[in-house]
Design a binder for this molecule. Sequence first.
Ligand code: 4AD
Length: 477
Amino acid sequence: MTAKTIAALLKTEAKSQDIEIKGWVRTFRANRFIALNDGSTLQNIQCVVDFETMDESLLKRITTGAALHIKGQLIESQGKGQSVEVQVTDIKVLGDSDPETYPIQPKKHSFEFLRENAHLRTRTNTFSAVMRLRSTLSFAIHKYFNENGFYYMHTPIITGSDAEGAGEMFRVSNLDAKNPPLNEDGSVNYKEDFFGKETNLTVSGQLEAETYAMSLGKVYTFGPTFRAENSNTSRHLAEFWMIEPEVAFMDLAGNMDLAEDFMKYVLKYTLDTNREDLEFLEQRLKDEEKTKPQAERSEMSLIEKINFVVDNNFKRVSYTEAIEILRDSKPNKKKQFKYLIDQWGADLQSEHERFLVEKHFKCPVILFDYPANIKAFYMRLNEDGKTVRAMDILFPGIGEMVGGSQREERLDVLKEKMKALDIDEKELWWYLDLRKYGTAVHSGFGLGFERLVMFTTGMGNIRDVIPYPRTPQNAEF
Ligand code: 4AD
């Protein structure tokens, strides 16, 4: 007999058949009822022990956190809340758990405490639900692209180019940090480094993805991305996962359509497959919101919010229109914004993005045609000579979820832009080659995976939607 998962057993009709399960004890009540969980579902299966026939020393070892192998019969449940339960005939303790020191007690723990115990936090309902949803979202992403004719491309993690030009990169080197080889002018001689040049962990796979879009047509990357920015916020990680599609012969409007269609698809898929986890997280959020002042509470429940995104068009607004809305807004006039909007060209801060999405439009917003000087070098310059075909997608409660653009496909314009920003043509010779040999309109975007997981699960801190978060001063586990 093969052991079935608890998820499968809970869907099985009980006919007193012999079954076997393996899992971890959540609780053991009255020396009789074991709530066992194996991670396959949010639900525990109730295993009923006849303590009169069980060895007492064995019963003592059934503690929260212990791993058990249980044999028994699947019967219709006598109790409330579950349809089936297991009448235990045999228990083997596979791994004991010391109830005095086991960190995950059957009570409410703070998320801070659970972050310190991230190796065990997926034994709680909240984190197991979040991580199952994270897995489903990943699968839905691959499924969407696969069904829509995209090739999955693995862009390099170690790179010699700085895609975003932001200079917030982690250096990769095997030089002796205490005694690096030096040039005559005292600077470090990276020619002697492992790769014979300065290399870093990638901030984006975009530039390499563009090379494949310009031969395979439609590609996407989905991989780890690194930023050495010292942002200690609830929305930033030093290591996060990014999804980056890149498509030849597609303009900015097509890019917006793709992003919207893609996000709706993955959210819908998740609603259809992980209902139980979502309902649990929805209730968690409702309970959490009860502790907040009325004005800060969300008007919609978690599932309503997801459905709202799936069922409604994203609002498309130009940067110029957004600036007008912000300039005339109450918080701007009353000087409630930390950064007041007084003229065109201002970079939008998260307070502005949140106002637009949460107070003004009350739906996801695609902002496009940003001023060229606040965006990356590779974005397509518009005919006005001052804006670029950029788009950011802003989500309620999250802020920026997606950043993308139509790419500059004209060699002369791109070279000029690089020159103005002091980007060495020699570093990006291969990127310029794409514009020399068969250049074409092309576009793409990057979606921060953890921000999507935050939106879907209603978790308020990005550290709680990735197994082992990397943030300034923190790389435990
Ligand atoms: O806007 P970004 O920087 O865009 C790019 O990297 C482009 N090369 C993407 C492309 O066009 N292919 O980042 C894209 C998204 C952001 O919208 C945000 O969701 C997420 O990545 N992101 C982060 N997520 C977590 N922690 C951070 N430090 C993040 N920085 C960006």
